[in-house]
Design a protein around this ligand. Structure first.
Ligand SMILES: *Cc1c(COP(=O)(O)O)cnc(C)c1O
Length: 450
């Protein structure tokens, strides 16, 4: 089962092209420079160096083309080389690259906030503020919730990932590699169970009910609801393994927050910006959060993050309490404006739903042949398969499949608390034929590693 079948190089399909071993000689030479110059602590999934990319494939320095299942970890929703983004970014760089919004403002920052307020769920008055990374957005959402409520406790879920800064490390569940050796962590962060239907002995509805009961009891008895500033939830857990909460779990959490004056924060850093076929994944739950954090795809490929929330909450912080030197950088802002335009005018929400249909059909076919595919889940272009057998999670098989895909022209990536989940985050603009070819490669990978 652990034998990794490698095919001879030089496999040329329509889109995936493998003309050298992967990584090729030029990548290997660069990898040597990398290991001399770059800290060993920075991880790499596949050490093939990229020269150019579009919505479908990544072209490496050796002339290989890999079908992009990673989307830069859910960043490239509108695709690399998106013409709308390229044009506006080039213009903006010429006009000005930075002045600092807190010193002298510019219209592009305001426009991104307007777009976020308009697209975030709920018809209440909303306001936004901008930062550079997802972790920063989550940190600042917590600051807003604490300032607004005058309370300090933060409640997060099992399997959660919220970032790598001190507070967000405390909020993140998985020790290795995110937290090991980096303590002490921020205090007053409490972890409660997530309603994960996979592996639950009962129906998804029973899973939601039982987990909700447990969460309510834990908060009431162990923390005290009146001490809780916010509950932070990923509407689909990303790094934790693309876990879609059992039906009505998010609604139950929302209701508990409302009953207890707790701010409900949806961390949509990975699941947002059209990824699941709606602007925000929380819309599938019919739930309106008080605050939403976004980053990853928000800048159209450029670094940008935001906190969007009820106006009275966002305004509760004293003047100067929120800010950032680079936050809402004008080049990133125009990337974001172009990305909003692309999702709307290029029909990317619809395209994400079409990709989901292809994923489900093809992944089910693989599952019929390979019982190790224990679960298929996700929404829109945020899909995953969990590999497990009778003895539990099968991380070795996930790694073998991943490696075979890499050597045959598809950039597959693995995630999950047990490292046994293969996840798919292609650009929403990926063409269906390319996705089909990528899934041909995945399917062959399962046969070859059986
Ligand atoms: C990636 C991610 C973050 C952290 O974003 P960075 O930009 O890497 O700081 C936070 N929350 C979720 C849900 C994420 O997926």
């Amino acid at each position: 089962m652990n034998t990794i079948a490698t095919q001879a190089p030089h496999s040329v399909r329509r889109y995936a092209k493998v003309v050298t071993e992967i990584p090729g000689p030029k990548s290997k030479a660069l990898a040597e420079r990398r290991s001399n110059a770059v800290s060993d602590s920075v991880p790499v999934t596949l050490a093939t160096f990229i020269e150019k990319a579009d919505s479908n494939v990544l072209h490496d320095v050796d002339g290989n083309s890999l079908i992009d299942f990673a989307g830069g970890i859910g960043v490239s929703n509108v695709g690399n080389g998106n013409a709308r983004v390229v044009e506006r970014v080039q213009e903006q760089v010429e006009d000005f690259a930075h002045v600092c919004f807190a010193i002298t403002p510019y219209e592009e920052y305001v426009q991104v906030c307007e777009l976020l307020n308009e697209h975030a769920p709920g018809d209440h008055a909303k306001k936004s503020a901008l930062w550079n990374s997802g972790a920063e957005a989550v940190e600042n959402a917590v600051k807003v919730a604490r300032s607004y409520t005058g309370r300090s406790a933060v409640v997060v879920f099992r399997n959660a990932f919220h970032g790598r800064t001190n507070l967000t490390m405390a909020m993140t569940a998985k020790n290795m590699p995110y937290k090991e050796g980096f303590g002490p962590f921020a205090s007053d962060v409490y972890r409660v169970p997530m309603a994960n239907p996979f592996g639950f002995a009962g129906t998804p509805e029973e899973c939601a009910e039982a987990t909700l009961r447990e969460v309510r009891t834990m908060i009431d008895k162990e923390i005290g609801a009146s001490n809780v500033a916010c509950i932070v939830m990923e509407p689909i857990q990303g790094e934790g393994g693309f876990i879609v909460p059992a039906p009505n779990f998010a609604k139950g959490i929302r209701d508990y927050c409302t009953e207890n004056g707790i701010v409900f924060i949806a961390d949509e850093v990975q699941s947002g910006f059209g990824r699941t076929g709606t602007w925000f994944a929380i819309e599938h739950e019919g739930v309106v959060p008080d605050i939403i954090t976004t980053a990853k795809a928000l800048g159209g490929g450029l670094p940008l993050a935001a906190v969007t929330g009820r106006a009275e909450m966002m305004d509760s912080v004293h003047v100067g309490g929120l800010g950032s030197t680079f936050g809402g950088n004008p080049v990133s802002c125009v990337g974001s404006i172009a990305a909003f335009e692309s999702v709307e005018r290029d029909g990317l929400l619809e395209k994400a739903k079409n990709l989901e249909a292809i994923f489900r059909r093809r992944l089910e076919q693989i599952q019929q042949r390979h019982s190790v595919v224990a679960d298929i889940r996700g929404r829109g272009a945020m899909m995953a398969i969990e590999l497990a057998d009778d003895s539990g999670p099968d991380a070795a098989r996930a790694v073998a499949v991943q490696k075979w895909c890499h050597q045959n022209g598809a950039l597959a990536i693995v995630t999950g608390t047990f490292g046994n989940v293969i996840r798919f985050l292609p650009p929403l603009s990926m063409s269906p034929e390319v996705l089909e070819e990528g899934l041909d490669i995945l399917s062959e990978a399962f046969d070859a590693t059986a």
